[in-house]
Write a protein that binds this ligand. Structure first.
Ligand code: MRU
Length: 354
């Protein structure tokens, strides 16, 4: 339980690490209302597809304490689900919570929604634990006896989920079993989730890793210094196309060219059967300031921001890109590894999900 990213304290507040302050400051935020949860998601104090889903569900439960009416339920659900558009886990978790409570009498809804939010958290932990098992079995042996060299993009680790992570869950599993593994960590401009968050959490676990600029992966892959690429995911379309952090597509292209496996780790809640293909996935466009500025520790020890783009230059900042299914070696889910295809996804979802 101690490694979980979300906890409810004695006052009923939802507490988590503020990820915008990592890796230099470790401070918590406390959420007591739907507005707190919405703000934490929109400002990326919490981020990562499964984690924003869980916080969205708590947000709906908090909203129902104030207004449990049918109208209040619909309005809060729509508002929370729109806090970030690409990761479908947010809409999935909010709608699951809404379905759980809407047949109840209004006074019973908040309690039931809190229970559902807790269930979503518990299930996320178990899904990711299983992703770790399936992914470790897949990756094991990929190095032919030497240190397994993994490349990852963005942060799909413990702090992007309630626990364990998705893409990093197999890495942690292998590390726990004493199998030598080293991770090449893409810095992941513009927000540097790799450099700031993945490096931080790999260091916390004692996993060997090296941070590289986003453009170095191709060189390393061609030089035979990568055995496999593994990333998380924000939405999988019904045909197996996957949306993940901007820059993922280029890594998939390079892996394909070099004949390397490109694995996508995700719980089934990341699959969106309503999106026929990646063309239907909404791509979040974020603040140009994320491109024009970088944040970090200054030489005087203070944490600050620096402008790196000339005043007046136009800036475009899409947060995600789509990797076509043909470049994906497989989807590592809690139910096992499935082809990224219409048929593979139908099989993964057979037997249903919440
Ligand atoms: O914008 P972010 O930091 O929320 O983007 C996160 C990613 O793209 C992750 O790879 C994805 O959510 C998988 S999280 C286990």
């Amino acid at each position: 339980m101690k490694s979980r990213t979300l906890r409810i304290d004695e006052q009923g507040l939802l507490r988590t690490l503020d990820q915008t302050r990592l890796p230099f400051e470790r401070c918590e935020i406390a959420m007591a209302s739907a507005a707190d949860c919405h703000r934490a998601i929109a400002t990326m104090q919490v981020r990562g597809a499964p984690l924003i889903g869980a916080v969205g569900a708590w947000g709906l439960a908090f909203a129902l304490r104030d207004d449990p009416s049918d109208g209040g339920l619909r309005r809060a659900a729509d508002w929370l689900a729109a806090a970030r558009p690409t990761a479908v886990n947010l809409r999935w978790a909010v709608e699951r919570t809404m379905r759980r409570v809407r047949a109840l009498e209004p006074p019973e809804r908040a309690r039931a929604a809190l229970d559902e939010a807790q269930a979503i958290c518990d299930e996320d932990v178990e899904c990711n634990r299983r992703i770790g098992e399936h992914g470790a079995a897949l990756l094991e042996g990929g190095a032919g006896g030497g240190t397994l060299q993994i490349l990852t993009h963005c942060n799909a680790g413990r702090i992007a989920t309630v626990d364990h992570g998705t893409a990093l869950a197999p890495v942690y599993r292998l590390h726990e079993r004493g199998i030598p593994v080293h991770v090449w960590v893409d810095e992941t401009r513009p927000r540097n989730q790799g450099a700031s968050l993945t490096a931080w959490e790999l260091a916390e676990r004692g996993v060997a890793h090296t941070v590289i600029v986003d453009n170095a992966g191709g060189l390393l892959m061609r030089a035979g210094r990568v055995d496999a690429v593994i990333v998380g995911c924000d939405r999988v379309a019904a045909n197996g196309d996957v949306a993940n952090k901007i820059g993922t597509y280029l890594k998939a292209l390079a892996a394909h060219d070099c004949g390397l496996p490109f694995w996508v780790a995700c719980p089934l809640s990341t699959i969106d059967p309503l999106c026929a293909s990646g063309d239907d996935i909404p791509i979040e466009e974020r603040d140009p300031a994320e491109v024009t500025h970088v944040s970090g520790r200054l030489d005087n020890g203070a944490v600050g921001r620096l402008r790196i783009v000339p005043e007046g230059s136009a800036v475009f900042n899409p947060g995600f890109d789509v990797t076509p299914a043909r470049l994906v070696s497989g989807l590592i889910t809690e139910r096992g590894v499935f082809p990224a295809s219409t048929d593979g996804i139908a099989r993964a979802l057979a037997g249903g999900r919440e």
